[in-house]
Write a new protein. Structure first.
Length: 381
């Protein structure tokens, strides 16, 4: 059995049944079972008591306009209503493309993700750790869709914390892709410090090691094969020292599962235990915490990771082996991007991956050194 490293704080799970509906159409990396599978496994394990589950509300137009342009919101709403995107709308707003396809219920789904992150931040203001696995759409732009993201719910979580009177918000992004939309949203706001760990030379091809935005940002682009020992090194020598220097009052954390070994859209090699441990350490920094989902395109690694993450947040004990009913559920999952012969036995029988320790390469050490180096006029050091 794997127990939490420390006593878990009170935590709530924010989600919606809307995520059971088909989305993104066929032949899209996000057409797999994701958040619905996390809810199912948590319930099957007896980890989703009614008193810790909150139904996600939908953000209304007024709320969405705090970050997104009214014309873009209306274009998305009309496209969803009509089921049609004309050429000009597609070109201007990036709606109805292969990357950001139109599908029934799109507007409701995207606005529910924003509503969930607003609710999560409100819960965090009261001292409750809020887990919102359907959040983490960190590429969304004020005026267009980007990178499978139609709205940018982490931005709304941060705005809600600022509304609550806090003025030192730490945003950490552990997704395999650079959290470009969030960094750019707060590039000139010294109240928000963003740290992104992501695979180098991968879309959106931003977040280089010397990119510090206008004021407070640090980026750690890591090489292929990035392992558990290397993530621990970055925590010790960059992420935690930078975070403590900033003295955050609240944390918003995007914890995509695409850095995990076996994800088809990255070449990183983390175990889910490494991600859980990173979350544990980051949550120790503040008493106001929002934990979001993010990317992840392997249903077996994603569902197990976020289920185990909720287990950690809610103080559960991670079982050595999963009950037969849970194994049968995982066995029945499908993914066009993962060949049947590549589905590993431990993806069916366990929640916790075997740790993937290894050497800490020089390029990882140089990355840590580069982001720690002080530069005049930047935050936090």
């Amino acid at each position: 059995m794997i127990s939490p490293l420390t006593a878990a704080p009170q935590a709530v799970f924010i989600c919606s049944e809307v995520y059971r509906k088909p989305a993104f159409g066929q032949n899209h990396p996000l057409s797999i079972k994701r958040v619905a599978g996390v809810m199912d496994l948590c319930r099957m394990l007896g980890w989703l008591d009614p008193d810790c589950y909150l139904e996600s509300p939908r953000a209304d137009i007024r709320m969405l306009q705090r970050f997104h342009h009214r014309d873009y919101i209306e274009a998305l709403r009309q496209a969803d209503s009509s089921g049609v995107v004309d050429r000009e709308v597609r070109a201007k707003y990036r709606i109805g493309t292969m990357e950001n396809p139109l599908f029934p219920g799109l507007f409701r789904r995207a606005s529910t993700a924003v509503g969930g992150s607003i609710l999560a931040a409100r819960q965090a203001l009261s001292g409750t750790t809020a887990f919102h696995p359907s959040g983490g759409t960190h590429h969304g732009r004020p005026d267009r869709a980007s990178g499978f993201c139609f709205f940018n719910d982490p931005v709304f979580a941060i705005l809600t914390l600022l509304d609550g009177g806090l003025d030192r918000i730490l945003y950490v992004d552990l997704d395999a892709h650079h959290g470009d939309g969030v960094q750019d949203a707060f590039a000139d706001d010294e109240r928000v410090f963003t740290i992104s760990v992501h695979e180098e030379k991968r879309w959106p091809h931003s977040g280089l090691v010397d990119d510090r935005a206008v004021t407070a940002a640090r980026n750690l682009p890591v090489p292929r094969g990035f392992n558990d020992s290397e993530l621990e090194y970055l925590l010790d020598h960059a992420i935690i020292p930078l975070s403590r220097a900033f003295s955050p009052q609240a944390l918003v954390l995007t914890c995509g599962t695409d850095p995990l070994d076996g994800d088809p859209l990255s070449r990183l090699k983390l175990s889910n235990q490494a991600l859980w441990h990173a979350v544990d350490r980051l949550l120790e920094l503040t008493g106001h915490n929002v934990v979001l989902g993010g990317g992840g395109y392997n249903p077996w690694t994603l569902i197990r990771c976020w289920t185990g993450l909720w287990g950690r947040l809610s103080g559960r004990v991670i079982p050595d082996f999963l009950p037969l009913a849970v194994q049968n559920y995982l066995q029945a999952l499908e993914c066009d991007l993962v060949d049947d012969e590549d589905v590993r036995a431990d993806w069916i029988t366990t929640l916790a991956d075997t740790p993937n320790h290894g050497p800490v390469r020089d390029e990882v050490k140089r990355c840590a050194e580069a982001v720690i180096a002080s530069r005049k006029g930047t935050m936090p050091i």
